[in-house]
Design a protein around this ligand. Structure first.
Ligand SMILES: Nc1nc2c(c(=O)[nH]1)N[C@H]1C(S)=C(S)[C@@H](COP(=O)(O)O)O[C@H]1N2
Ligand SMILES: [Mo]
Length: 165
C-alpha cells in the first residue's frame, strides 16, 4: 500500500511537471526581424488556428493543428511590407529544437503569394496536445516526401539572410 502511494505520487508530480512545462514553454521568434517576440501558450492560442494533414514515418496520416508559420513570421515583421522580393529572397527560416536538431525553410515556402502549401507550427496531433517528447510545438511541413523537416520540440525560429561565403 505504501509503495503504491509512493509511485502514484511520483507519477502525479511528473505529470503535473510536464503539464506545467508545456504551459511555460516558449518559442523565441527572432533573427533579422524588426519585432522579435516570444511565442507562448497564451499568444499562440490567440492566433488563427489552422489544420494540415501529413503522413508520418509510421505511414499513417495525421491531422496537425496550430498556427501558420507565415502568421508567426509576419507577427515579427519578418517580411518587409509583406512583399517578398529583391534582397528579401535571400532570407531563410532556421528552426531550432531542444535537442539541437535544426532545419531550414526558404521564405517563399511559407508565403501564400508563392505557394498553397501550408507550413505550420503545431501544438496538436489528431486533436490531442503533442506528447512532451514531440512538443509542445512541432513544425509540420506538408508536401515533403519524408517528415525530416518536421522538427519536434521547437524552441527558436530565426529569420536570417544568406550570404555568399
Ligand atoms: N527535434 C527533432 N525533430 C525531428 C528529428 C530529430 O531528431 N529531432 N528527426 C526528424 C526526422 S529525421 C524524422 S523522419 C521525423 C520523424 O517524425 P515522425 O515519427 O512523426 O514521422 O522527425 C523529424 N523531427
Ligand atoms: Mo528521418
Amino acid at each position: 500500500m505504501k509503495n503504491i502511494n509512493f509511485f502514484t505520487l511520483v507519477f502525479a508530480f511528473t505529470f503535473i511537471g510536464l503539464m506545467a512545462k508545456a504551459q511555460t514553454a516558449e518559442v523565441a521568434i527572432g533573427g533579422d526581424v524588426t519585432q522579435p517576440y516570444k511565442l507562448n501558450a497564451t499568444n499562440f492560442a490567440a492566433m488563427k488556428q489552422v489544420t494540415v494533414k501529413v503522413t508520418a514515418n509510421d505511414g499513417r496520416e495525421h491531422v496537425y493543428s496550430g498556427v501558420s508559420l507565415y502568421d508567426i513570421l509576419t507577427q515579427a515583421d519578418a517580411i518587409p511590407n509583406k512583399q517578398l522580393r529583391g534582397k528579401s529572397l535571400t532570407k531563410y527560416v532556421l528552426v531550432s529544437a531542444a535537442d539541437g536538431y535544426q532545419v531550414v525553410i526558404a521564405l517563399p515556402e511559407v508565403d501564400p503569394a508563392f505557394t498553397d502549401k501550408l507550413i505550420i507550427l503545431a501544438n496538436k496531433e489528431d486533436g490531442e496536445d503533442l506528447a512532451a517528447n514531440f512538443g509542445p510545438y512541432r513544425l509540420i511541413v506538408p508536401g515533403d516526401k519524408k517528415p525530416a523537416r518536421s522538427a519536434m520540440r521547437v524552441v527558436a525560429i530565426d529569420v536570417l539572410t544568406a550570404k555568399k561565403p
